[in-house]
Each structure stands twice: as structure tokens, then as C-alpha cells.
Design a protein around this ligand. Sequence first.
Ligand code: ATP
Length: 620
Amino acid sequence: MDFSELADYFDKIENISSRLEMTVILAELFEKAKKEEIKHIIYLSQGILGPNHIALEAGLGEGLIEQGLAKANGYSKEEIKKSYKELGDLGLVSEKYSKKKKQQALFSEKLSIKKVFENFVKMSNLEGKGSQESKLKMFAELLNSASPKEAKYIARIPLGNLRLGAGDPTLMDSLATNYLSEFIKNKKIVKEIEAELKEKKAGGTRKSEEKRKEEFERKAKARIRVMIETRFNIHSDLGAIAEKLKEKGLKGLNDLQITPGTPIRPTLAERLPTAKEIIEKIGKCVVEAKYDGFRLQVHKKGNEVTIFSRQSENMTDMFPDIIKAVREQIKGNEVIFEGEALAVNEITQEYFPFQVTIQRRRKYDIEKKAIEFPLKLFVFDIMFFNGTNWMEKPFIERRKKLESMITKGPLIEPTKSIFTENPEEIEKFFLENVESGLEGIIAKDPKAEYIAGARKYSWIKLKRSYKGELNDSVDVTIIGYFEGKGKRTQFGIGGVLTAAYDSETDSFKSIAKIGTGMTEEILKELEAKLSKIKEKNKPARVESGIEPDFWVKPEYVIEVRADEITKSPTHLAGNENGQGYALRFPRMIKFREKKPEESTTVKEIIQMFEKQGNVALKDA
Ligand code: ATP
């Protein structure tokens, strides 16, 4: 496929505000793609140059892109900069100047997707002296052969800012659409779905044949989506999945197994407000200390160790101390396990607060900080051991396995834990942990499998509660902002409009307007980040009862505390019969390094609403 055709598709998608329509067009694009190019198309649609965990970056910052645009089109860098200020998007600047190019290239060739993609990957491999010049040259060459529309996306790719507004769930739905005819060749499945539809019909009205067909297809597609997502959960590489589908159809999914080096999507915890309710829900359970550091998924293959964050980003280079300890303390040749890393005072063995631990997440001065704030890794789960998938085994067995796989040493140890069915014992353990500076506890169902990529009651968290406040903070996505008034005029931003994530519809639904909790620094940071991605029209996948001064594409997640969750006639999170949910007296705590799709979901908000006021464990 030519790159110009892909640019046409991206352009169409960018201008669509209905998710359903977006899914249809993406499905058409994926259907048309050849086997050799589907991977590239998927990654480009995700705004990345390879699977997330490989994190290839072209290494072209805004400055170099401006320089490239100036060079390729024959204008001064100052002029390009000025235009960027006006338009707020280097993609649009690139399109504009490509239309009024002062110089025509001597050699210009039709761009293929492969050529564009591979050029950016090559750029990401360039390092050291002269690499900037080489990157600039390659970038300008691409622009020379590009039409204005292609030029728009060529400038956006290295910024990871395609503005398509399609999240992974939407991409998976689109892929699912293309395998419907293969799926329904299976007579058993067709019968099952038809039985489900009949059951529904018995209680409801008779539907027209067309409606029934629509519903049948919807149900079938939902099942395919589950098949794709289940695979994605243990093998987080949508490009590889799409390629396998092209090659072998749905049965190709079985080829993608757990592989050391490819991250598994993390299991997530539900919430309950009291120890008593935890026992009522899961019975006798393993209760572990909840450490407030960062979650690491460690992959060991012989001497090779790779570390992924909760968002499946590759963080191997950041933790040389942990890598060394894994080689020394972890038995087994091929192992995937998870733990929470935390800075600990070596002399007093006290845990440092999160603000200290987070300083270890850095690209520079790694060795220096490793000496200043040594980490400990508290291991809490194991998913793979020497060729065997441990995810399907009950947690109690996994716990035993992880305990036996760790050799005693200074840096890695299993999480503190008890095994009990006594709520009082849990409360005592909870208070002990809070007193020693930890966040609370996580109770785990001893019978449960490791459920990748989902929030289920196999893990239940109980955090230190704040009297009179909502039991837990929530993470919301910014979908718009308001101009600053009064004292805030100077910052250009007075507050933000935020949303919870509706995982069922892959959309962001408004939940709170937030103007408190922001220091001057945070306001400046908000302005710098949001002004770059502001949009005139409401982005796709956003639903809001309030119109902000500027919309922004869902990209940034912030942690928020509030007094309570209330029913709201204005906000759309959980909206039913004109009533949604809102946060009362919300205040921003900090930015979160999460993907928008990992914000607190509408379903969780409703659960929290139902449970609030039910706080049994008071501030310790
Ligand atoms: P979530 O991860 O649930 O979306 P979050 O990022 O705000 O939300 P928390 O609400 O703090 O995280 O709770 C879950 C996290 O707790 C895990 O992702 C993990 O990083 C951390 N954690 C600390 N101790 C443990 C433990 N013993 N077992 C499992 N997770 C733990």
C-alpha cells in the first residue's frame, strides 16, 4: 500500500467523531493491508514505531522537526516556528508548507508504507556524533517525496502524535470485524449465539430479521474481540497479533504464547472498604503488605534480564542494581515474575515514601541515584518458570513457587504476608503495615489464576483511608481545559475537565471540573502539555456534559482526591436517565504515568459510589 493511501485513511479517521464509524474504517484499512505491512500499519495507528515494550523513538524532537520542515520546504526556521505557534501542531505546519514549497526536489519517489516506517526505525537506531545531521537528512528526504497530506503525518509520526483518537480497544474491535466470516463457519458457535438471542427474545419483543442479524453479528464480534484481547493480555504486541491473523486467521492466535521478553498485561486489584467484606467475598486468603513504589515485571532468560513497568514500557536500563540481584538471587533459567520496587533506608531498613522512590525512575545519573536510594524488590507473583505457564495455577501454589525460587540476599525478597480468615487479624496486619510506612494491604484469593489485563476480585486492595474522605483516590483523564481567570490569567489555564474511562464503549465520560490542588508549577506544566494538544472540536471517544474552553485529546492522566462521589445531572460518567456521577470537591494530587485507558473506569466509580461512607478502618 502506498503511504498516500494510509494518509488518506488517517485523515478520514481523524475527522470522525463516532467510534463505530472509526471502527468500520480501520477494519477496511486492516483488511486491505498486505501481510508484510499490517504490522507497520498497526504500530503507526498506535502512534509508535514497534511494540510498546521495545519503545523505539525516532529521536526527532520538535526542534529538529522544525529544522527539517524549513530545509525541505525552503523557508526559515523562524517562519516555521511562528507558524507552529499559530497552528499548535507541527503536522498542520508541515502540510501548509508542503503546499507552498519553494523548492522542488530533484529526485522524488512515491512513498510506500514500508519505506516511511523503516526510515523512522533507522533514525531510531542512529546514535552519537553526526546522528542529528543524518536524521535531519533522512527526514527531509521523506518530506521531499511527500504530498501535503503525507507531509502532515510524516511530521506527526516521530512526535507520537497522530491525533487519530483510536485506542487499543478500538483497534482490536476493528481487527475482530475482519474475522467474522471465518468465526461463524463454526456451527457450534453459531448455535450458541442463536440460543442466547432466543433466550433474550423470549423476554422481549419480536425483532425484525435485520435487527436480529445485527445483534448476532455484534455478539459474534464481541467474542472474537475477547479471543484477540486474551492473546494481547499475555503477549502485548498488537502488531504481532494482526500479522498472525493475516497469516493463519483466528487459529494463528494460538501461536502467540507467553514469551520471556514480551510483557504480560498486569492483573489489577478491586477495592473493598473493610476486612470483614474481604473475607465474605473470598474467604480464607493470603494477605500481603501493599508497598508504595513501582510495579516491575521482570523477565529472565539465562543471564538476560528485561524489566517492564506497569504500562509495559521497557525500563531495563534504569535498574542495574535489580538486574544484578535477579541474576544472583533468582533460580531458574526462564522466569517471569512481578514485584514492587521501593527505596529502603539501608541503615534503619525504613521504607522511603513514594516521592523518594520515584527519583529512581530516570534516564540520567542512574548509578549515582542507585547508591543514594537503593531499591528493594518485594516479589508478589510468578507467571512463567522454565517453559511452564504458571498463570493458570492457583495463587497459593504460585506463592510457594516464588518463595522457593528466591535465594536469600540483600535486594530481593517475597512480600510480607499472612494466611487467614479472621478479619481482626487482617485489621491488625493492616495497621502494622500502615505504621511502618506502607500503604495498606492486598488480599489475594488463594484459588485464583493470574488474570492478565483485568481487574477482578482475585486481588482486593485496602488502603490507608482518610477520615471523611473518599476511601481511595481516583485517576482521571484530562479531556479539556478552561482559560485562567483572575490570578490564574498568567498561567493561561484555570482548571481542567476530566473523565473516567468507560471500558465497555472505549470512551471517556466527563466526571469533574478540577481547579484546586494545583501548585504554580503544576499549572505551568499543565499549560505546556495541554496547549500542545488542544483541539477546537470534541475529540472522538470523548463524551461530556460540559463544554470546556479547549478540548484535548485523551492523553494525560491525573490522580485526584475528592470528598465523595455524588450523582450528577451534568456529568456523563455512568449516565443513565439523565443522571451520571461526579466527584465532589475534587483536588489534583499529581500527574500519573498511566495510559488514558488505565484511568479509573466508570464501573469502578459506580462501585465506589455504592461503597462510600462504609469506611470501617479509620486513619491510623
Ligand atoms: P491500579 O494498579 O489498581 O490500577 P493504582 O496504579 O492506583 O491502581 P493501586 O491502587 O495503588 O495502584 O494498587 C495496585 C498496585 O499496588 C499494583 O499495581 C502494585 O503496583 C502495587 N502493589 C504493592 N504491593 C503489592 C502486593 N503485595 N501485591 C500486588 N500489588 C502490590
